[in-house]
Every structure is written in C-alpha cells, then in structure tokens.
Design a protein around this ligand. Structure first.
Ligand code: ADP
Ligand code: MG
Length: 237
C-alpha cells in the first residue's frame, strides 16, 4: 500500500520478490511476545531499524530472505527475534539438537550474537551456545550435550565438532548465514557446504551480507528457496 511504499522510500528499502508484506514500522505491530518487547524497550530502542522493519514480516511468514545491509543496521535482531518465534512454534526438544543455527565468520561476531540471543531470549527461556576456534572443545561439547535451542558457530569449529560426531544438525529448521560475504572471503565455502549437507532441506534460510558479489549470489541461488531480497541503502549491484 501507499504507506508501505512511503516508509520504504524514506528508509531506502528496496524489495525484490512477490507479495512482499509491508514493513512493521513499530514494535507494537510485530506481534512479538510482551516479555521480548519488554527487553527491547529496556534496551532503549524506540523503533525497528529499516532492516528489522522489512525483514521481520517476511521471516515471520517463514519465507527465505536475502538481506543486503551494511554493518550496524541491526541485522542480529532482524533474524534472532523471528528465530525465537520459530523455536516456540516448532516446539522441538533441544536435547535432540538445535533448532536454529547461525553461522558467523569470526569468534568476536559469534560471541556478540550469543550475547544478544541471551539478552533478548532469556525471558522466553531460549537457550544458546557458541562454537568457535581458539578455545577448548570440551566445554563447548558439554554445552551441546545439555541441549540448546540456538547454536552460533564459526564454520571451521562447527565442522570439527561435526567430524567428532558431537553435534546433530537434523533438527535445524532455521538457518542463518550471517556476514556471508565475509565468510566466503575468509575461505569458509568448503566448510559451509559440508555443514549445509547435514541440514534438512525443509527449513527456512536467511542470508545476511553487506555486499552482493558473484560468490554470494551463487550460494544464495543454490541454497535458498525463492528468497525475498531486501536491500537497505545503495548496494553495489
Ligand atoms: P549489524 O549486524 O547490522 O552490524 P547489529 O545487529 O550488531 O548490526 O546492531 C548494531 C547495534 O544496534 C547493536 O548495538 C544493537 O543492539 C543495536 N540495535 C539493534 N536494533 C536496534 C533498534 N531497533 N534500535 C536501536 N538500536 C538497535
Ligand atoms: Mg551483524
């Protein structure tokens, strides 16, 4: 409608896809549970960022998404909050393996995502752990054995733990490739491909990237199912 178009124009949002739902311009319109909205307000957030406003309604309809938006635009909650809703809706036992998997290029980014998941998910009893290199595997494996809803991982360490037979990805039904361009630049494509082979194809896949080069486009067309693309600001294509 006209108000969706005006909001998109003001916020430099372009969408590519059929029947893209209008953006959520306020937190009230999201339908996120009160305990989550309380934490959002407590953090001092006044309104969704443009990437959140446009990607939340798409993600909540269980569509695949490609989001092209620069650093600092609020992408983490863009995928985490619909991920919480997905976890509640599917209601799987975390002892059987994680429902949500987030792949991230570095230890620093992965731990930031875990912090955000814990801060915003604790009130909804969402559990999360983080797998990254340069640290002992034992404690990471013990956390997995406790059972968690969300695993945030760098591709290298996740591959190592898969090869040890210490994680099962067959319950994953919400997959996030965060900073996909950076993961490819860092040479993680072979590990990403091995991980994707272990995840059921009946899933929702969300890909976030700051740039949209050929390598990222290829991964998107191979592993996402009719994604809606959301671009924020001017992108390089
Ligand atoms: P990106 O992944 O796009 O680089 P982040 O998800 O790390 O961005 O978010 C950047 C910062 O903005 C974080 O400190 C985050 O807590 C904050 N933030 C997220 N959503 C909002 C919002 N709706 N309003 C204000 N700040 C927000
Ligand atoms: Mg990010």
């Amino acid at each position: 409608g006209p108000s969706a178009d005006a909001y998109r124009r003001q916020n430099e949002i372009t969408v590519i896809g059929d029947n893209v739902p209008p953006p959520f311009t306020s937190f009230e319109s999201t339908g996120f549970p009160p305990e989550v909205l309380r934490v959002v307000r407590g953090a001092g957030f006044k309104a969704p960022t443009p990437i959140q406003a446009q990607s939340w309604p798409i993600a909540l309809r269980s569509h695949d998404i490609v989001a092209v938006a620069k650093t600092g635009s609020g992408k983490t909650l863009g995928y985490l909050l619909p991920g919480f809703m997905h976890i509640k809706r599917t209601g799987k036992n975390p002892k059987m393996g994680p429902t949500v998997l987030v792949l991230s290029p570095t230890r620093e980014l992965a731990t930031q995502i875990q912090d955000e998941a814990e801060k915003f998910g604790q009130s909804s009893k969402i559990s999360c752990t983080c797998l990254y290199g340069g640290a002992q595997k034992g404690p990471q494996i013990r956390d997995l054995e406790q059972g968690v809803h969300i695993v945030v991982a760098t591709p290298g360490r996740l591959n190592d733990i898969m090869e040890m037979g210490k994680i099962s990805l067959n319950q994953v039904s919400y997959l996030v490739l965060d900073e996909a361009d950076r993961m490819l630049d860092m040479g993680f494509e072979p590990q990403i491909r091995k991980i994707l082979k272990e995840i059921p194809t009946r899933r929702q896949t969300l890909m976030y990237t700051a740039t949209w080069p050929k390598g990222v486009r290829n991964i998107a067309s191979e592993f996402l199912n009719k994604p809606v693309q959301v671009n924020i600001g001017r992108t390089d294509q």
